[in-house]
Design a protein around this ligand. Structure first.
Ligand code: HEM
Ligand SMILES: CC(C)=CCC/C(C)=C/CC/C(C)=C/COP(=O)(O)OP(=O)(O)O
Length: 301
């Protein structure tokens, strides 16, 4: 009989390593980076553009792997995350750390060499911000964790823009602001219906520390400010009507869903249909808004 020696790391399956990169969440990160790159209208060489997006995807994946390396014990405590490769034992911690650090270094260097060092610097900062500032420092210590930490996820359009043009300007800064303001309603809507999980893991998410009422008010507040930021590129003449109309329509729906959340009194996940709807719509919202931006910029160019 062969007895497995638990001190010898198992060779990780590529599917588990892929899962360490949080591919579903990162798909939107990569999409917004691609939109930033295309919106820069720099006429970047397609091979270079593809390389840049690949580097951003690898860097974002690296930060997801480092986040899971650090949070393996915490993920084991939550039903939603207990099946991830580390808590379920399909990947050992050392492999995850090597994979995350290796991918981070490779993606930053390759982006710098292929495009420019401004973009590479922003990528390095985003990885550091998510893996260290958010994961290690903010998440376990403050209910404002995702407000400040959300900045990490807001960098991709700036990254795409910088990779294509070597600079940043008002429009990419507004794209950063849009994702930054979008993150709290996106996440708090979800945190309301998985609240018990975070409480069990001792994470001070707003619904746990301030309660559902205060969280719902914050969601509504952020959705108003988000609407203003999302319409701003059009109002300032930086985009055309395709983007403008999409922004107005999408934000009307977003605010309407946030109002339903604000009105909802439910305390149990079964009664949280408005929160589930807002969370699902938040993802569609960014895909369409950024898609409209590219359509608008391509039509105008
Ligand atoms: C600190 C900020 C954020 C937090 C705490 C957060 C948290 C979460 C959580 C817990 C989920 C549930 C599903 C899962 O575990 O995979 C989720 C889903 C998702 N998030 Fe976020 N998120 C944040 C920011 C972002 C950003 C910036 C993006 C992209 C621009 C994003 C894109 C997505 C997508 C696409 C999903 C759906 C994934 C699926 O279909 O499973 N999130 N988010
Ligand atoms: C380099 C680069 C562009 C990085 C992108 C960073 C990024 C997309 C951050 C998004 C934040 C995110 C996925 C949070 C998940 O929260 P969590 O980790 O608290 O969620 P969990 O409870 O599911 O682990």
């Amino acid at each position: 009989m062969i007895v497995a020696d638990s001190s010898v790391p198992l060779p990780a399956d590529w599917r588990d390593l892929f899962a360490l990169t949080k591919p579903r969440v990162m798909s939107l990160v990569v999409f917004t980076a691609l939109c930033g790159l295309l919106a820069a209208r720099s006429g970047i060489d397609p091979v270079l553009g593809f390389t840049a997006i690949l580097c951003i995807a690898l860097g974002a994946g690296a930060s997801g792997a480092l986040n899971q390396w650090y949070e393996a014990d915490l993920d084991a405590k939550m039903k939603r995350t207990a099946g991830r490769p580390l808590p379920s034992g399909r990947v050992d911690r050392q492999t995850a750390l090597h994979f995350g650090v290796g991918l981070a270094v490779f993606s930053v260097l390759m982006l710098g060499l292929a495009t420019n060092w401004l973009a590479a610097g922003i990528l390095a900062f985003s990885i550091f911000f998510y893996a260290v500032v958010y994961t290690v420092w903010l998440k376990p210590n403050t209910p404002q964790n995702i407000v400040i930490g959300g900045a990490a996820g807001a960098f991709p359009p700036l990254l795409g823009w910088a990779a294509a043009s070597g600079s940043v300007s008002t429009l990419p800064a507004l794209l950063f602001a849009i994702i930054f303001l979008w993150t709290p309603p996106h996440f708090w809507a979800l945190a309301l219906f998985v609240k018990t999980d975070y409480a069990a893991a001792g994470i001070p998410m707003l619904p746990v520390t301030a309660g559902a009422r205060a969280t719902r008010q914050q969601i509504l507040l952020y959705s108003f400010v988000l609407a203003a930021a999302a319409v701003a590129p059009w109002a300032l003449g930086l985009t055309g009507a395709i983007y403008g109309l999409a922004a107005v329509a999408l934000n009307a729906v977003f605010v309407a869903l946030a109002v339903r959340v604000w009105r909802n009194q439910a305390t149990e996940p079964q009664g949280m249909k408005p929160e589930k709807r807002l969370f699902a719509f938040s993802i569609l919202y960014l895909f369409i808004l950024f898609g409209a931006l590219v359509a608008d910029r391509l039509v105008l160019s």
